[in-house]
Design a protein around this ligand. Structure first.
Ligand SMILES: *[C@@H]1O[C@H](CO)[C@@H](O)[C@H](O)[C@H]1NC(C)=O
Ligand SMILES: *[C@@H]1O[C@H](CO)[C@@H](O)[C@H](O)[C@H]1NC(C)=O
Ligand SMILES: *[C@@H]1O[C@H](CO)[C@@H](O)[C@H](O)[C@H]1NC(C)=O
Ligand SMILES: *[C@@H]1O[C@H](CO)[C@@H](O)[C@H](O)[C@H]1NC(C)=O
Ligand SMILES: *[C@@H]1O[C@H](CO)[C@@H](O)[C@H](O)[C@H]1NC(C)=O
Ligand SMILES: *[C@@H]1O[C@H](CO)[C@@H](O)[C@H](O)[C@H]1NC(C)=O
Ligand SMILES: *[C@@H]1O[C@H](CO)[C@@H](O)[C@H](O)[C@H]1NC(C)=O
Length: 497
């Protein structure tokens, strides 16, 4: 979760549009504009939430792609499947069992991973009839024409520990067992069942030999889960993003080590195994955590991995150059002619799904969340990538240089995005001001930031103030797309009329 150095107070020169208006009077020497204390946030490093999303495929060397659809500007399902074919994706992972997509995937040669959503788990776990119905509706209707090869039960179920989420924890493995029974009753034997987890299922990941699952889930969930995966010869599906540990500690972790292209050799003191990249370290920490619970042989599948192609100002390293570098190196490692495996499992084949097909503009959270795409929302590529892993790095066109690999040290403000719906902006303004702690004190009549009386100006002040106060608790500058970051002091911008 986020750990940030939080914003302090800063004297802005003046209050917004008032600057222009007052300047005439200032020139005539009559009076000075009021001073508005506009807060900023400044970050030197940050830990980013480990939570993203997930999943899988069956033993194939071909790279899979996560087809997330949290965008309101994405190509149609038909176009998306054409795109996946033209990219030569070996498999596609869905976050549900969308009927249109599953129908369109019939006879495509693309392997498919479908998902039982988190809120379906408890009822499936409780009742075999419900499980059978789910399999009937979401598998039998399309199988075998649609090459469904994996059913993932839930998405990062163990990453949330709200009371409601914890209810699901104990039903996870029972739901998987019920789906298994339903498949067996239909004599379907080439579909694996798993559940994608995030790295936050682990308590320790470093050194890799010290990998251990969290104590709160170890006995109650992980042991039955591993037992199920082991006996059904399925995979441990893991969402693994070297970007997150690197961005949390870019001082101690070399960027190239995270991008799968360093000359560094790290020897694990516990095992003597030698690591040349962060991804192998993370994967092996899972291997050792499983081994500690008595399941050393459950295979791994990378349900999600990737690198953001853009992000907020303070999200260092999120750029096209790094994203292309990581994903190209990943593909060569995972889909190349000889799988390299990891130091603990040399030569092992690890079915891998890149996250994600598109940038998704409807995801909340920091800017990187909306920028994991191999493709722009209009379907054009973000950068060249050969998913078969055969293309040499020298055969790609040069990438735009990376300008944000070092931590951002400047000031930042959070302002109303241009051209947004004013009714919604007003609602967001009210929300921000209602969070308390004096967020909007300076906006009351007579106070220094009251003028100019415009929704855009007041919202910009309120967003910045709210963000500076609550950032350390995980608040983002987003407000459903109504807000955006700027490194220019809003009091000096003149577009708030
Ligand atoms: C399971 O669900 C079916 C269909 O909804 C229902 O008829 C049946 O009573 C349920 N069984 C149990 C044990 O709750
Ligand atoms: C591994 O974990 C143990 C127990 O948590 C700890 O005592 C030990 O120092 C760790 N080893 C290393 C090399 O960090
Ligand atoms: C895991 O599966 C293998 C092969 O089926 C079996 O021999 C082994 O006993 C299982 N391990 C555990 C801990 O159940
Ligand atoms: C880097 O590692 C050192 C020692 O291992 C530690 O004290 C320091 O906090 C780390 N830096 C960051 C930014 O985490
Ligand atoms: C697709 O979107 C990108 C990013 O917005 C843009 O640069 C590109 O020109 C667009 N391409 C087409 C064909 O519309
Ligand atoms: C602005 O948002 C409101 C509330 O969501 C909606 O009712 C209204 O139609 C929107 N106005 C425009 C111009 O889109
Ligand atoms: C908000 O105010 C309360 C009460 O004064 C204080 O405990 C809390 O830490 C403040 N929160 C922030 C984010 O400033």
């Amino acid at each position: 979760m986020g750990k940030h150095t939080s914003g302090s107070k800063m004297t802005a020169k003046m209050c917004g549009v008032a600057l222009l208006f007052f300047s005439l009077l200032v020139l005539s020497g009559k009076f000075l504009p009021p001073t508005c204390y506009f807060q900023f946030s400044s970050f030197f490093f940050q830990l980013i939430s480990l939570s993203l999303t997930l999943t899988d495929a069956i033993a194939t060397r071909k790279i899979g792609v996560n087809y997330g659809r949290l965008g309101n500007n994405l190509p149609s399902a038909y176009q998306s499947i054409e795109i996946l074919r033209s990219m030569r994706a070996g498999s596609v992972k869905l976050y549900d069992a969308n009927p249109e997509i599953l129908t369109l995937l019939a006879r495509t040669n693309i392997h498919v991973s479908i998902m039982v959503t988190n809120d379906e788990i408890i009822s499936i776990a409780a009742n075999q009839t419900t499980a059978n119905k789910w399999v009937e509706d979401n598998v039998l209707r399309y199988y075998p024409d649609t090459m469904i090869r994996t059913i993932l039960v839930g998405n990062e179920v163990l990453s949330s520990s709200s009371d409601a989420a914890k209810q699901i924890w104990n039903h996870l493995v029972p739901a998987m067992r019920r789906i298994k029974i339903s498949l067996r009753a239909q004599d379907i034997r080439n579909v694996k069942i798993g559940t994608p987890l995030a790295m936050d299922a682990l308590q320790t990941t470093f050194p890799p030999s010290n990998g251990t699952f969290r104590p709160d889930i170890s006995t109650s969930v992980m042991v039955p889960l591993l037992n199920f995966l082991n006996s059904s010869k399925s995979y441990f599906f893991i969402d693994v993003y070297p970007y997150f540990p690197w961005s949390a500690d870019p001082i101690n972790i070399s960027l190239n080590f995270a991008l799968l292209q360093s000359n560094i050799k790290y020897t694990d003191p516990g095992t003597g195994l030698v690591y040349t990249n962060l991804l192998d370290q993370m994967l092996d920490s899972v291997v050792f955590a499983m081994t500690k619970l008595g399941y050393p042989n459950v295979r791994l599948s990378i349900a999600e991995t990737g690198w953001p192609n853009a992000g907020d100002f303070e999200e260092a390293g999120a750029n096209i150059k790094n994203a292309a570098t990581y994903n190209r190196n990943l593909v060569r490692k995972m889909a190349g002619s000889n799988p390299t495996g990891t130091p603990a499992r040399p030569g092992a084949l690890i079915p891998t799904f890149i996250f994600a097909l598109y940038d998704e503009n409807r995801k909340t959270g920091p800017g990187t969340e909306r920028h994991w795409g191999l493709l722009h929302p209009n379907g054009t590529s973000m950068y060249q990538i050969d998913l078969t892993g055969k293309r040499a790095s020298s055969d790609y066109e040069p990438l735009p240089p990376a300008h944000n690999n070092a931590p951002y040290k400047g000031k930042l403000w959070c302002i109303a995005a241009p051209g947004v719906n004013l009714t919604e902006l007003e609602r967001a303004l009210t929300f921000a001001c209602n969070q308390g702690n004096g967020t909007c004190d300076s906006l009351t009549p007579g106070k220094e930031c009251y003028e100019p009386l415009s929704v855009a100006w007041h919202a910009s002040y309120a967003f910045s103030s709210y963000w500076a106060k609550f950032r350390s608790q995980g608040a983002n500058c987003y407000f459903n797309g109504l807000a955006q970051q700027t490194n220019r002091n809003p009091s000096e911008l003149h577009d708030f009329k």
